[in-house]
Ligand binder design. Structure first.
Ligand code: SF4
Ligand code: SF4
Length: 143
């Protein structure tokens, strides 16, 4: 946990809220609030050892928008990625989608649900297989 906090610069957060203003989760999820926001997740990660267990860490899109506007160089994306890796290491994967070919966890359940709701059948199998398996399939098709 300490390594994740250090790598993301989370301790440098001054709680200005700029990341919250640009975070797309505000428009994606009706239950968006402080606990789900990048500022809330950062704050709680600094004070709470078991945040990786909470479903809220799987709502992030990984867009990096909050990092780009942060005056302190804090990376909400890297922090949340780190928490997800920790969750997977600890066997907490209820919120992940696993690739239907290789079985690896590759995308978060809440993000897939949002995309499917918006795009419906247009998502086809893109949300079922990881990018490595898709690359492999593409290479085989074009060999
Ligand atoms: S923009 Fe940076 S300093 Fe401001 S609340 Fe977000 S993480 Fe903290
Ligand atoms: S990386 Fe995640 S927390 Fe940060 S702005 Fe994007 S969706 Fe929000």
């Amino acid at each position: 946990m300490e390594a994740i906090l250090t790598a993301s610069g989370a301790r440098g957060c001054i709680e200005c809220g700029k990341c919250v203003a640009v975070c797309p989760m505000g428009e994606m999820y009706p239950n968006f609030g402080w606990e789900m926001s990048p500022r809330g997740i950062i704050r709680r990660a600094v004070t709470q050892d078991d945040l990786y267990q909470e479903p809220v860490i799987w709502c992030c899109t990984g867009c990096n928008a909050g990092t780009e506007v942060c005056p302190e160089g804090v990376s909400c994306r890297d922090l949340i990625r780190g928490l997800r890796c920790l969750a997977i290491e600890m066997g907490i994967q209820q919120q992940t989608r696993n690739c239907t070919i290789c079985g690896a966890p590759f995308v978060s359940g809440p993000v897939v649900a949002f995309v499917r709701e918006r795009l419906g059948h247009h998502t086809r199998d893109y949300m079922d297989t990881c990018h490595l398996c898709r690359q492999r399939q593409y290479a085989q098709r074009n060999a």
